[in-house]
Write a protein of this length. Structure first.
Length: 124
């Protein structure tokens, strides 16, 4: 699984890169086999003017499903990263559970007839 991290209007330090990878690892490591790619974009929207302008955008690419895209803006870049990772984790887990539930709903079980009704065995 590939993690692509990019920064715009601010320096991408080694500590920031490690923080992002660590947070994603804690949140999504159990689902890495179901994730194709994660794109993380961090930016300072207003530049040096200050304010709530640190943005973290995370895009998770899932096979055969629409991408999960979450964006969060805070005054602290680390707070924006943490909130975005928490939100993307919940959304990815929910999306994968829904996908699993749909596959189960379409599966015909061995004790069911082709029309979906239960097979009943009567003693001879």
């Amino acid at each position: 699984m590939e993690i692509d991290i990019q920064a715009h209007n601010l320096p991408l330090t080694r500590d920031m890169r490690e923080h992002i990878k660590r947070r994603l690892g804690f949140s999504l490591s159990t689902r890495y086999e179901r994730i194709r790619r994660i794109l993380v974009r961090v930016s300072d929207i207003n530049g040096p003017r200050g304010g709530n302008d640190k943005r973290c955008l995370i895009q998770v690419v899932l096979p055969r499903q629409a991408d999960v895209v979450i964006e969060d803006t805070e005054s602290s870049l680390y707070a924006a990263i943490d909130r975005a990772v928490a939100r993307v984790s919940r959304t990815v887990m929910r999306r994968l559970e829904q996908s699993r539930d749909k596959r189960r709903a379409h599966h015909v079980y061995d004790d069911q007839l082709p029309d979906g009704t239960d097979r009943i065995e009567y003693p001879a």
